[in-house]
Design a protein around this ligand. Structure first.
Ligand SMILES: Cc1ncc(COP(=O)(O)O)c(C=O)c1O
Length: 452
């Protein structure tokens, strides 16, 4: 059990063994009635939360480096977000913006238009989840190009509905048993620079991995004028928190411009301040054709948005819509979220994220099981390897570190085959960051000793 003083409400404090008795009871009830498809890594039951602190049913306090999987950007139950939700709920909860008009839906669309890089007019489609934003983007790209096929990346995660799932290239279990998906999706390698199959270092890199779009796919298999879109995560999330080099982002853009193919930038995980900028594409100077947003956009309320240049959203009434998409309460939460991003959280994500990354970049020198460390803002990942020389993946250790951290009151999650992601709320403080890294270092040290 934790020895953190009780009066530090911003740090973890454990009062029972885990799971505690109430947690264990809830988990047993959950097992009986909930879908076994959910992937629960460790037995965390959430009773309430504030800022970056989670309290479980037994009164244990945890430090949250998950943010509800990169969702609760403004921290849990930020008073300004709560006030915006309460005020809107007392005024109007729903009236289907697909068929009628209400003001805050227009207000948020105008706000997103003003924020998206590149300037100029934009159009916005609202949905409720990341996968819906991707489905809408796919339909839009097909509708406007009159073409059918897509290029996506290995390791990518774009969602689990049938269209998005066709693009997802993360884990085969996500596709197992679901039969035929969209035909005509080609998957190519993402920027796996740490394990470059061409044996290149960053300095000599010529992004051969992504040059396959033109050199192999278009040349041999996939006529350019059949391609409706290229779907890219500017920072790969579920696939391992991979930050690509600038050239990797430039290459598909030049192919897309040459053949008039739209690029769908999936910022469902990396967007809305997560990387220290409002949009991850800003790190790469991208002026996005089609930008898919969700997760952090409304800090925990279900909302997604597709923001496009006007030419990619000219479809006719009835072509696409969703009853709940752009719900007024979710939108009120989003407007409050964006205001907080602009006034304090982007700056905090950069500052705290940079200091965490700076410290973590030393880990491969200190811990023989830490491989690649990379990140932007408060989207940071590190790989676990058997040893530095072979870089052989060590997923069992990744799972062990996740469990050890939980036992010490730190909530982290895996991603990719052997990585751990840190995506705390953007209100994460320096003290919390240091506590988190001290704890993870203790876990790494212990695992190093036990594997000698
Ligand atoms: C990059 C990316 N796209 C799409 C999705 C799907 O979002 P949702 O789970 O809200 O459908 C996710 C979810 O993790 C994601 O990380």
């Amino acid at each position: 059990m934790s020895t953190t003083p009780l009066n530090r409400m911003d740090l973890p404090h454990l009062v029972t063994a885990l799971p505690g008795p109430k947690a264990a009871q809830l988990i047993a009830r959950d097992k009986a009635v909930l879908s076994p498809s959910y992937t629960r890594g460790y037995p965390l039951t959430v009773a309430r939360a504030e800022g970056s602190i989670i309290e479980d049913l037994d009164g244990n306090r945890f430090l949250d480096c998950n943010a509800g999987i990169a969702v609760c950007a403004t921290g849990h139950c930020h008073p300004k977000v709560v006030a915006a939700i309460q005020a809107q709920a007392a005024k109007l909860i729903h009236y289907s913006g697909t068929d009628f008009y209400y003001e805050n839906m227009v207000e948020l669309a105008e706000k997103l238009q003003s924020l998206v890089p590149g300037g100029g007019p934009r159009r916005v489609y609202f949905g409720n989840s990341g996968t819906e934003a991707i489905e809408a983007s796919l339909k839009m790209a097909r509708y406007h190009t009159g073409r059918e096929r897509f290029i996506a990346f290995l390791g990518a995660f774009h969602g689990r509905t049938m269209g998005s799932l066709s693009l997802t290239g993360s884990k085969s279990v996500q596709k197992k048993g679901f039969g035929a998906l969209l035909s005509g999706v080609s998957h190519i390698p993402y920027a796996n620079c740490y394990r470059c199959s061409y044996g290149k270092q960053v300095e000599t890199c010529n992004v051969e991995c992504v040059k396959v779009i033109e050199d192999q796919l278009i040349r041999h298999i996939l006529p350019a004028d059949d391609i409706a879109g290229i779907v890219v995560e500017p920072v790969q999330g579920e696939g391992g928190y991979v930050v690509p080099p600038q050239k990797f982002i430039d290459e598909p853009q030049s192919v897309a411009a040459k053949y008039k193919i739209p690029i769908i930038w999936d910022e469902v995980q990396a967007g809305m301040g997560r990387t220290g900028k409002t949009f991850a594409v800003e790190h790469f100077g991208v002026n996005p054709d089609i930008l898919a947003l969700a997760k952090g956009i409304a800090s925990g309320m279900p909302l997604s948005a597709v923001v496009t240049k006007p030419e990619w959203m000219q479809w006719t009434p009835g072509a696409h819509a969703s009853t709940f998409g752009g719900n007024p309460v979710a939108i009120a939460s989003s407007l409050a979220t964006i205001e907080l991003l602009e006034t304090e959280l982007l700056e905090n994500a950069q500052r705290v994220g940079n200091s965490m990354l700076g410290r973590m970049l030393e880990w491969p020198k200190r811990f023989r099981h830490v491989g690649r460390v990379q990140g932007l803002g408060l989207m940071i990942g590190f790989e676990l390897v058997r040893d530095q020389a072979s870089k052989e993946r060590f997923p069992e250790l990744r799972d062990r570190i996740e469990a050890m951290a939980f036992e010490r009151g730190i909530l982290i999650l895996g991603c990719g085959p052997n990585s751990i992601r840190l995506c705390p709320p953007l209100v994460f403080t320096r003290d919390q960051a240091e506590f988190c890294l001290d704890t993870l270092e203790a876990c790494l040290e212990q695992s190093q000793e036990s594997s000698t």
